[in-house]
Design a protein around this ligand. Sequence first.
Ligand SMILES: [Zn+2]
Length: 195
Amino acid sequence: MLLSAKTKDLVYLTADLLSELLSIARTKGGCIIEVKDTRNMTNVCQYEFTFAYLLFEGDIGFGGHTVRCNTISLVNCIDAEAFRTARRPEMSFESIPRDQVYRFLVYHEIGHALLNPIWPKSKTIRNVDGTVNQEKTEMVQWGCELRADRFAWKSLFPSQPLPRRDGCESMVRSLESVMWSHKDLFAGARVPKPL
Ligand SMILES: [Zn+2]
């Protein structure tokens, strides 16, 4: 019998793996994890994966509740092909082994928890006249993504060079320039408060 559709390569969040990830999130990032059904995690944010994202303490969760500590939302199942081809500013995710996908995502979100600027709730950069500077806000957001990817890779594979995607150089140069000009926002890492 011929198969008419390509079978998806799915990576599942098992109970044992979740237990390990919870421990990593608590001790390394001072975060908790909430697990979401994969179908409820589409189109979360243009900068972010549809596999995981971080709610900062005080943010409003999807259920309308205020989160009391930094909370990593994580899907219960990942399409490995979609993960490998995720659009990133610098990294190629092709080099992340299938069995490290979930660990990478959790470290990535911990990277946000420790490295992201603490914005006002609007999370925007404003011009002197008070209007939103959309371009700079987006560049700062992408700068946060770049940093979180680097943080996750270094946490998992400290002795291996970061795998970069082809053609990322000009994007990385632009982001590093914006990060330099806003170095007040991109200061050193916060020290996690283990839970
Ligand atoms: Zn991110």
